[in-house]
Write a protein that binds this ligand. Structure first.
Ligand SMILES: Nc1ncnc2c1ncn2[C@@H]1O[C@H](COP(=O)(O)OP(=O)(O)O)[C@@H](O)[C@H]1O
Ligand SMILES: [Mg+2]
Length: 343
């Protein structure tokens, strides 16, 4: 990994194939991610959605080689066609930050409390590039401006505690995009924020898409978050992809009962008018990866399952159900069309 690869629109920025992650626990080996495959195209934003425990963070960490050393990771992860799974720590250090940057949920924990925010943004740049003085300062202020921090020149000299939660998350995004990474992985970047601030931070992602050609993986448990930001959506359940589709098909023509269940639990305008209709939560809990149900892992929570029958008998493969649309359901035609969703 010596030189930055040229962006070829035909080569995915990221390609993940058969990614499987086993983690040792006191109860035994836990398969957190099972045979996961997906690609991210240049400039594309992929939303990765699923309930807590579905394997979203483990996937993100596996891509960056950040899992504990006890983790057993197999499959293939390629960045611009070059394998990064199993790359040396030295190679990975070059990839992280420069080519792939990650944003975590907890911006406060990630920032150094005793260092001005601008200095930290500056360090994110100088780790990978030799630049200093006025040029560095200018770049720092520009980055803070890009992520929507008002009075960026003054704000650069302030400490994290002088920033609000939303501002701190913006500062984290500024650090992440400091080296124009080809891929930005954001793990629940708005989960700790209240709804208004969430929307503003999501706007920052839209702005980044317009200004740079960075690809983004936006990880969230909240399907609503990806609506206005993602181009495509990957839905994870119990460590497996259950549906992959363009964002419009995800919302208007879901082909997996789990996706349609997530959709039904989103707040909607028309429901506010019709108070008799409550938000519909998916019944039951996601299974523990240590005790997966037989057949389709979702079948015990599925209203449409054929049980006993195919759904508890045989694990469904991910297969094409429409253009660019994959579903791992034996009966995708049983999935009801959603009512109009507020977007
Ligand atoms: N370091 C770890 N050791 C053992 N199990 C883990 C570890 N990290 C995550 N897990 C387990 O892996 C599964 C997936 O976790 P995670 O990827 O964090 O879910 P998500 O981010 O979708 O909420 C969960 O069952 C979780 O308990
Ligand atoms: Mg997580």
């Amino acid at each position: 990994m010596t030189s930055a690869p040229l962006a070829d629109p035909a080569t995915p920025v990221l390609s993940v194939r058969g990614l499987t992650v086993d983690l040792p626990t006191e109860q035994g080996i836990l398969r957190a991610v099972d045979g996961l495959g997906f690609e991210v195209a240049p400039g594309e934003t992929l939303g990765v959605v699923g309930e807590s425990g579905s394997g979203k963070s483990v996937t993100a960490l596996a891509i960056l080689g950040l899992l504990p050393s006890s983790a057993r990771v197999s499959g293939a992860v390629e960045l611009h066609g070059r394998p990064i799974l199993g790359a040396s720590e030295k190679e990975l250090e070059q990839v992280r930050g420069a080519q792939v940057a990650m944003i975590f949920q907890d911006a406060l924990a990630a920032l150094n409390p005793v260092m001005p925010v601008g200095t930290q943004v500056g360090e994110a740049i100088t780790v990978h590039r030799e630049v200093g003085g006025a040029e560095l300062r200018e770049r720092v202020v520009e980055l803070l401006d890009v992520v929507g921090i008002p009075n960026p020149a003054e704000r650069a000299d302030q400490y994290p505690h002088e920033y609000s939660g939303g501002m701190r998350q913006r500062a984290m995004i500024a650090m992440a995009i400091a080296n124009d990474p080809a891929l930005l992985i954001a793990d629940e970047p708005t989960t700790a924020l209240d709804v208004t601030i969430q929307a503003q931070v999501l706007d920052v992602f839209r702005r980044i898409q317009e200004r740079t050609r960075s690809s983004v993986i936006l990880v969230t448990h909240d399907l609503g978050v990806v609506a206005g930001v993602a181009d495509r959506v990957l839905v994870l359940y119990a460590g497996r992809a259950v549906e992959v589709a363009g964002v419009d098909r995800t919302f208007y023509a879901p082909a997996h009962p789990y996706t349609s269940g997530l959709l039904a639990s989103l707040p909607r305008l028309d429901r506010r008018a019709r108070r008799d209709r409550r938000l519909h939560q998916i019944g039951g809990q996601p299974p523990s990866p240590l005790a997966l149900p037989a057949g389709c892992a979702f079948h015990p929570r599925c209203e449409h399952a054929e049980v006993p029958g195919r759904c508890d008998g045989e694990g469904p493969e991910l297969r094409e159900v429409g253009p660019g649309h994959l579903s791992a359901c034996h009966f995708p035609e049983r999935v009801p069309a959603p009512e109009t969703v507020e977007r």
